[in-house]
Design a protein around this ligand. Structure first.
Ligand SMILES: *Cc1c(COP(=O)(O)O)cnc(C)c1O
Length: 369
């Protein structure tokens, strides 16, 4: 390793060596090893996963697909795209499939960014935007947040001649902040058409029905819009890695050029297709999140802990010394997410779990305050 550091590692581009790596939630198995605990005794509310697991229909479809694991998957994802196309009212050539929606975000960076260009995102926005930008050798422009969320007017002002991509997460992770869709629509009318606006809707399924919006219908009006969605959150398929992007067919064509062949595996394709048919599962996931969010908000308020209003399946709790509290929670077998790397050192991000998991977290927190 030493020798390599003075040669190949040192010669890797400076923009790659400067990347702050993505910090995932601590895996249950890792904490179990460290504490000598049973995995079953650990509660993980750290990665915004669906506490119900996957839809049973998705699970069955994935299991069936395993029989064909010797074969390459359909690299074009024909069947899943056909289903999405019918459901969303876009044509199949307006859809790109990703190995998780992170893959789609990375394709955007590879297709549109390079040294000498820039991308704009908000302070406290999803960590993948700066990482993808930096990987492509482009410059990231972080715009000061407003009430922890995106300040669209400031983001508009931050666009430079060399800006090629602008990222918006709505709702945003890790803050849970949400902008009314009419504000985003007005923003899209203002943004120069040479800038690709990525609208990341990873938590769209958790929005109350009155606050949802058929943003796919905007694609006809905004050729520089790229919407990303995922099966990782409400659909409960995070471990399989499948998401998608919707955009103008010419934009999608570019993304397909940089997409790795066979980027979505066969069980993931099959599970996603089946998941799209299971509306009842999605409704259960939504209802559980609504009640769990209420439980967490009530419990935190009783402990005198401030929260940031969230439209996702997680929330930010202002615990003060988050490093200490996080360490104490871990000792009690509770994994949540510290967000100091997002510029939020006083907060912990807590995913909404099952009622019993939420209660475990609240009890553990009370114990270590
Ligand atoms: C979780 C999340 C994603 C989804 O990532 P996948 O790669 O689809 O698992 C995308 N964007 C945001 C803001 C997220 O929080």
């Amino acid at each position: 390793m030493r020798g390599c550091e003075s040669t190949c590692v040192g010669l890797a581009p400076a923009h790659v060596r400067a990347i702050a790596p993505y910090l995932p939630g601590k895996p249950i198995s890792e904490l179990a090893r460290e504490l000598g605990l049973n995995e079953a005794d650990i509660v993980k509310l750290a990665s915004n996963e669906n506490p119900l697991g996957p839809s049973p229909r998705a699970l069955e479809a994935a299991q069936d697909a395993l029989h064909d694991m010797a074969l390459y998957p359909d690299g074009a994802g024909f069947a899943l795209k056909a289903k999405l196309s019918a459901k969303l009212g876009v044509s199949a050539d307006q859809i790109v499939l990703g190995n998780g929606s992170n893959d789609v975000l990375d394709m955007v960076a590879r297709a549109f960014l390079m040294a000498g260009t820039s991308s704009v995102y908000s302070q406290h926005a999803f960590a993948v935007y700066p990482i993808a930008t930096q990987t492509a050798g482009a410059q990231g422009i972080a715009v000061q947040a407003k009430h922890y969320g995106h300040d669209l007017a400031a983001m508009r002002m931050a666009i430079r001649d060399d800006t090629r991509v602008l990222w918006i997460a709505n709702p945003n992770n890790p803050t849970g902040t949400f902008l009314p869709w009419h504000e985003i629509e007005a923003f899209l009318k203002e943004v120069p058409r040479r800038v690709l606006v990525v609208l990341d809707e990873a938590y769209g399924e958790y929005l109350p029905h009155a606050e949802r919006c058929d943003t796919a219908a905007w694609l006809a009006r905004f050729p520089n819009l790229l919407i990303s969605r995922t099966f990782s959150k409400a659909y409960g398929l995070a471990g399989l890695r499948v998401g998608y992007g919707l955009g103008n067919s010419a934009v999608i064509d570019l993304l397909n050029r940089v997409r790795h062949p066979f980027n979505v595996n066969a069980p993931a394709l099959a599970a996603a297709e089946a998941a799209l048919d299971d509306d009842a599962f999605l409704a259960r996931s939504y209802a559980l999140n609504t009640s769990g969010m209420g439980q967490l908000l009530g419990g935190l308020a009783r402990l005198g802990i401030e929260t940031v209003p969230s439209k996702g399946n997680f929330l930010l709790a202002r615990v003060g010394d988050a490093t200490r509290i996080n360490a104490e929670l871990l000792k009690r077998g509770v994994i949540v997410r510290p967000v100091a790397n997002y510029g939020l050192p006083e907060f912990l991000r807590v995913s909404v779990g099952l009622a019993g998991q939420n209660a475990r977290f609240l009890d553990a927190l009370k114990d270590c305050l």
